[in-house]
Design a protein around this ligand. Structure first.
Ligand SMILES: [Zn+2]
Length: 420
């Protein structure tokens, strides 16, 4: 047995153990605090709502524990179990050796992954979300979403895989630099096209119509010197009663999107403060920072893949007897998560810092108290647990724990008298 086989299996098992341990901690912590609404939330969240949020968090973690075991078994089956090797032999038999066969190989493995992952999607939507009263997805919408998702994966994933495989075959040993450039151009194009071309395949976007709210928002955009004035409302209620707001796109395609469910539950000052938070991610350059970080990480990934693809042991240690470009690509994509989870707490911490910065920006340009109220309402409506396990939260959460966020906002809130 090659020593890298042992390294890979150990890394997979370590990831599984950490994931299960954190999920177990979260279930236990949430259960311990199920009976008492934290002090700052007692006015907004009832004991029954707090208990329901605890049950929702626990149900999500239990499902994630099953998924963690499943993900580990799938990674083992694909590599040491020989699935990638068999799919490779099958694609060679069908299309010979070349970019076409390689693309077929990559797409076949991803098609298998999409199919066997389907039961989790069905369970999450129609059992878990249904049980807690969040699901609004009709079976027809779910099926249509699956087909659209697969078609997109086929077109976008297929063309990207073909492009990288072609570069691998033609560009010599430093193909990875060219491959990275192509990947970067591709992902920037997709990011820019997403709001206008891809998102409308799944949802309807309409300009915000409420004139009073629109005027309030325009005033905020002027105050923040924000030029792209595209604010849209998305029919999120078609699939779920969870409410949210997000920003999307790049350059002149920048958009701010409110879920209709969010607009239904917040008042105008609260909506304005949520928008101010979202604007902050643009104004404080969080978006380009994340893009640059992503580009650098992927450059490191391509460089590593460029080197690994030339090592015979990389293939044999991961269950593939015959080296090929497509096998290198697939093995890399399957094996990398066994190691990259080690940096995910750093990314989560970085993201939480951005969230605090965006909250402080919203406090300066809008109103801290309104944002605190809006967040409390969203936590309640989305059954977000107010008492996450500190370690679990530090490891996984892209957003700070509710109590920390609200606490900082209240400290920033101007005294009530001076807001008049
Ligand atoms: Zn944010």
């Amino acid at each position: 047995m090659h020593s890298f086989t042992a390294v890979f299996v150990l890394a997979l098992v370590a990831h599984l153990v950490v994931r299960l341990w954190l999920a177990w901690r979260q279930v236990r912590f949430v259960a311990t605090h199920r009976g008492t609404v934290p002090a700052g939330f007692a006015a907004v969240v009832s004991p029954a709502e707090h208990a329901r949020a605890a049950d929702y968090a626990a149900a999500n973690e239990r499902l994630d524990m099953v998924e963690a075991v499943y993900d580990t078994l799938v990674a083992l089956a694909l590599t040491l179990g020989g699935v990638i090797a068999v799919a490779g032999a099958w694609s060679v038999a069908l299309a010979g050796r070349g970019v076409t066969a390689g693309t077929l190989h990559v797409m076949a493995v991803f098609a298998v992954l999409a199919l066997i992952g389907l039961p989790f999607g069905i369970y999450r939507t129609f059992v878990l979300e249904q049980r807690f009263g969040f699901n609004r997805t009709r079976p027809g919408t779910f099926v249509a979403d699956q087909f659209k998702g697969w078609a997109l994966g086929l077109v976008l994933g297929g063309s990207m895989a073909a492009c990288v495989l072609w570069i691998m075959a033609k560009a010599g040993t430093s193909w990875w630099l060219l491959g990275w450039a192509a990947w970067l151009a591709f992902s920037l194009t997709v990011t820019m096209a997403w709001p206008r071309v891809i998102a409308p395949l799944f949802n309807r976007f309409s300009p915000l119509e409420d004139a009073a709210l629109r005027a309030r928002i325009d005033a905020l955009l002027d105050r923040c010197d924000f030029r792209a004035k595209a604010v849209f409302v998305m029919d999120g209620s078609r699939r779920s009663s969870h409410g949210n707001a997000y920003f999307t796109g790049l350059g002149r395609e920048k958009r701010i999107v409110f879920f209709d469910t969010l607009l239904g539950s917040l008042n105008q000052p609260q909506i304005e403060s949520v928008l101010a938070h979202e604007l902050a991610h643009f104004k404080l350059r969080h978006v380009p920072q994340r893009l640059v970080a992503g580009a650098l990480l992927s450059l490191a990934g391509f460089a590593l893949l460029g080197w690994l693809a030339r090592q015979d042991w990389f293939y044999s240690a991961l269950g593939v007897p015959q080296p090929s470009d497509s096998a290198a690509l697939l093995l890399f994509l399957v094996a990398a998560p066994a190691f990259t989870w080690l940096v995910s707490p750093l990314m989560a911490a970085w993201s939480r810092r951005h969230e605090f910065e965006a909250d402080a920006f919203a406090a300066r340009h809008s109103d801290a108290r309104s944002l605190a109220e809006a967040l409390a309402k969203l936590y309640k409506d989305n059954a977000t647990t107010l008492t996450p396990d500190p370690l679990y939260s530090a490891f996984h959460d892209s957003h700070p724990p509710p109590a920390d966020r609200i606490g900082r906002l209240m400290a920033l809130a101007r005294p009530a008298a001076s807001t008049q």
